[in-house]
Design a protein around this ligand. Structure first.
Ligand code: MRU
Length: 366
């Protein structure tokens, strides 16, 4: 995607500096655009944990690079193959613990380890781990592009019905290109429609407490010159009641085999409002976000709880101010579950499916 007319991906390998990966620091956006260098598996862990890189597909790719760093470190630290593999396994578990809710880190690390598990020569193994992480990144970008083309067909139909009036989309959190490698998931159909000149307007829910909607989605839409308005999370239901929303598009961090969707906290309330107002609610996600091993989202997905400070305070350093009553307990649930019954469809790179066990398994040949 373009930032100030220059093409960027969210994360990339720089072959000139060994071993190294660069990424956009998302904690500084939209006020400052800065890239930073990552040199070890521990630095990958911190970048994921502190959300310098965030969004399910992106933390998947970052974790795959984490395995590459772990392979490099294992070779430098240990002579014996067994010790090297113990080290890599330890780092795998450590990276997995950085953010437990999204399935993408596990998926991407398993894919990387699978690609190298039978290679005996460690230099060859390191090369293959890096190539695999880069391939996962390239595939994610392409999958998101296809999700855009697929979702575009739905937006085109709404546009036809509205006879040239802007298609009004509501979204939650950031499921744009910053959450992925390029294009985004929920944002990708919006970008595809904008590039065809289809008139659009996007309602952006701010997404308390970290405000990924107000900061990141709004930044992306601004860079693309797409008309948008930031609203509080609580205003989503109201704009829907007033007939100001044609479709809701969100991303996903983990989708179960029967189509329950785990996504950023607040998605469930947004889906309930859409359901009550008969507004189509679509989830956009690559197949790598589907966890075929589980069914019941509410019982089987570990929901990340982040630091209470994200809720209690606003601002940083000397400008930090308290927002909540001192002494009152706080809990910071980072994700919630939207049951399949509230979802009209899941838009993937393999097509659109109803959130239903049989339809999902048929589409993906499971
Ligand atoms: O906590 P974050 O910012 O990593 O959460 C991001 C989201 O919930 C996105 O909506 C999700 O990862 C889908 S992304 C394309």
């Amino acid at each position: 995607m373009l930032i100030n007319k220059k093409y960027y991906r969210t994360i990339w390998n720089d072959s000139k500096k060994y071993p190294s990966v660069y990424a956009i620091d998302q904690n500084l956006l939209p006020f400052k655009f800065k890239t930073f260098r990552i040199k070890s598996s521990d630095e990958i862990f911190s970048a994921i944990k502190n959300m310098n890189v965030r969004g399910a597909p992106l933390i998947g790719v970052a974790a795959a690079y984490g395995i590459y760093f772990a392979c490099v470190e294992a070779k430098l630290k240990y002579k014996r193959v067994k010790e090297r593999w113990n080290y890599i396994q330890k780092k795998y578990k450590y990276l997995l613990s950085a953010r437990p809710t999204s399935v993408n880190p596990k998926w991407a690390m398993d894919k990387t380890l699978d690609a190298v598990k039978n290679i005996c020569d460690f230099d060859e193994l390191i090369f293959k781990a890096l190539e695999t992480a880069k391939m996962i990144a390239d595939e994610d970008a392409e999958n998101c592009r296809i999700i855009g083309e697929t979702g575009l067909e739905i937006l085109k139909k709404i546009s036809l019905k509205k006879k040239g009036k802007p298609v009004s989309i509501l979204t939650h959190c950031n499921a744009g290109w910053l959450a992925c490698i390029d294009y985004g998931t929920a944002a990708s159909p919006v970008y595809a429609a904008a590039s065809l000149g289809i008139p659009l307007h996007v309602w952006v829910e701010e997404t308390r407490p970290r405000n990924q909607g107000a900061k990141l989605t709004a930044f992306e839409l601004g860079q693309m010159n797409i008309p948008h308005t930031i609203i509080t999370d609580n205003a989503g239901g109201y704009v829907m009641q007033k007939g100001l929303v044609d479709i809701v598009l969100t991303g996903a961090d983990r989708i179960t085999a029967r189509g329950d969707v785990c996504n950023k906290i607040g998605t469930y309330k947004t889906a309930l409002s859409a359901y009550d107002n008969k507004i189509p609610f679509y989830v956009c996600a690559p197949v790598s976000s589907i966890d075929f091993s589980i069914r019941n989202g509410l019982n089987e997905i570990e929901i990340e709880e982040r630091s209470n400070e994200e809720i209690i305070y606003a601002g940083e350093g000397k400008k930090r101010t308290r927002l909540t009553s001192p002494g009152s307990p706080v809990r910071n649930f980072a994700f919630d579950i939207t049951p399949a019954r509230l979802i009209n469809g899941i838009i993937t790179e393999k097509g659109i499916t109803k959130p239903d066990k049989n339809k999902i398994s048929k589409l993906f040949h499971i």
